[in-house]
Ligand binder design. Structure first.
Ligand code: PLP
Length: 490
């Protein structure tokens, strides 16, 4: 099999193996790792259609993580995709109305981040062993709500690894917050910050490129890595479920093998949709990707005008995991579409002027967005017509797709990537269905949602409001670096 090496998005002088890229998380110059070339599928779709999720995962992962042995990969996959998921299909595909949904919320933290963060700890441990790493790995993670919990859940109790998570104190849902601050595990640390996700992400990225701090901590036996989607070990496992979506649609007769589909992805940091783009570059037949945003619609503007401009107000919305103005993974698309040299220039523009221009408007990715009102209406409409309850993020995607369809008259069979259980955003979901719930408290409403939807409250969040809060740190966004140093050096 072909050996795939990884290079940076701002510089292709150094090549590293997949396992080294996973360990490092981010390049020394702040760029992100990308495969030197995107591998092509080496099996026909007919053959992949016979596989279950784990075997499918193996067929995809082996192409990207080519320095892992089959035994190592199967060990990682089997450890990750087991009965931690509440369905053996891992990512079921359900047809409702005029679209299919691929539900990525059947893991332990009931959001799609589990798809990659269930396996990342295994990949990282294996990568550490392969590369003779003798230091303790410190995972630094900025979260808009869901990554933090999924990473905590994945890394808790893994020896040789510590994890520190930063979340916007006022920017996550009550369930999201409780999921994080009640996390047990001696190697876990969580802090709320006064600031938004972009502040946390920027601070964490700065630490990764701070040689002085890195050297100081290396002397004490620590190295940093990342569980954010800047880590290629997050991105690659996400490629798998795009194949799953397609193959399940073929199995149920909605499409024939070889037909095109459209894919709609509720987008924040651009990691999920980028994984879909990778799948299409490998040979998955996709006609159009609809990149769906809430009113933080910087990506919609980018894909319709060719200018990315973060000089704009930041909004806290009902889909907080998409409240992002700096979508890190877009850098990978820029590089794949141009060159390292050009990407470096664009990233310098972004940090100097808060904006850059590159015309990708004619490409396979189209940008659409939904207002808060349209999102709530989509939830209600889908529930009334099909009895199906979407979470707020999935609803942004659905509403965006409906706009796309109306504008384009494109009737290609479409899958909506469903990124969270409605229970994670209970109050906004049930209030969209019926206004009478607006004045009620969040947690009692979970019982109401169960009655209204007939969908059982998932075990991981049942009674979560009764669990003891163990992480009480709240710090300013400017204190993140000192906080990390204090946690590690005492
Ligand atoms: C993280 C997240 C998103 C955004 O995914 P990106 O990979 O950051 O684009 C969308 N919905 C939910 C529920 C999420 O947790």
């Amino acid at each position: 099999m072909k050996n795939i090496m990884y290079v940076g998005t701002r510089n292709n002088d150094t090549e590293v193996t997949a396992s080294q890229a996973i360990l490092k998380g981010i390049c020394d110059d702040g760029g992100l790792f990308i495969p030197k070339e995107i591998p092509k599928l080496d099996k026909p779709l007919e053959e992949l259609m016979k596989l279950d999720y784990r075997d499918l995962a193996y067929e995809i992962l082996k192409l990207y993580l080519s320095d892992f042995t089959e035994e190592e990969l199967r060990y990682c996959i089997n450890g990750a995709y087991d009965d931690k998921f509440d369905t053996p299909e891992i990512a079921p595909v359900i047809k409702k109305g005029d679209v299919s949904f691929i539900e990525l919320f059947h893991g332990r933290t009931i959001a799609f981040k589990d798809m990659a963060l269930s396996i990342l700890p295994y990949l990282m441990k294996t990568a550490a062993k392969k590369n003779g790493v003798d230091k303790e790995i410190v995972i630094l993670t900025a979260t808009s709500g869901d990554t933090g919990k999924a990473a905590l859940e994945g890394f808790a109790g893994v020896d040789g690894i510590r994890i520190i998570v930063f979340f916007p104190e006022d920017g996550v849902s009550p369930v999201q917050k409780l999921q994080m601050v009640t996390q047990v595990g001696a190697n876990t640390c969580v802090a709320g910050i006064h600031g938004n996700f972009d502040d946390a992400q920027t601070a964490v990225k700065t630490i990764f490129t701070d040689d002085k701090l890195k050297n100081e901590l290396a002397d004490k036996g620590f190295i940093f890595s990342s569980a954010n989607s800047i880590n290629i070990g997050r991105l690659v496992p996400q490629v798998v479920y795009y194949f799953q979506a397609y193959l399940k649609m073929a199995q149920s007769g909605q499409i024939r093998l070889g037909d095109n589909i459209n894919v709609t992805v509720p987008t924040g940091n651009f990691g999920n949709i980028l994984a879909g783009y990778f799948a299409s570059q490998m040979g998955l037949p996709v006609k159009t990707f609809i990149c769906a945003s809430n009113i933080n619609n910087i990506l919609t503007d980018f894909f319709t005008t060719g200018t990315y401009d973060k000089n704009r107000p930041f909004h806290i919305t009902k889909s907080p995991s998409m409240d992002i103005l700096v979508s890190s993974n877009l850098e990978r698309l820029l590089c794949l579409s141009t060159s390292q040299e050009k990407t470096k220039e664009l990233m310098e523009d972004l940090s100097k002027f808060g904006r850059y221009s590159l015309d990708l408007t004619g490409g396979i990715i189209k940008g659409y967005c939904a207002t808060e009102k349209e999102t709530c209406e989509a939830i209600k409409d889908m529930f009334v017509k099909n009895g199906y309850v979407m979470d707020t993020h999935t609803a942004v995607a659905y509403a965006s797709y409906e706009k796309y369809k109306k504008e384009s008259n494109d009737n290609t069979p479409t899958v909506i990537v469903s990124t969270a259980s409605p229970y994670k955003f209970t109050k906004d979901v049930i209030s969209s269905i019926d206004e009478k719930y607006e004045d009620m408290d969040f947690f009692p409403l979970m019982g109401e949602l169960e009655k209204v939807s007939g969908l059982r409250i998932p075990d991981p969040v049942k009674g979560i409001e009764l669990r003891p809060v163990v992480h009480k740190n709240v710090i300013d966004k400017t204190e993140i670096k000192d906080f990390v140093r204090k946690q590690l050096l005492g």
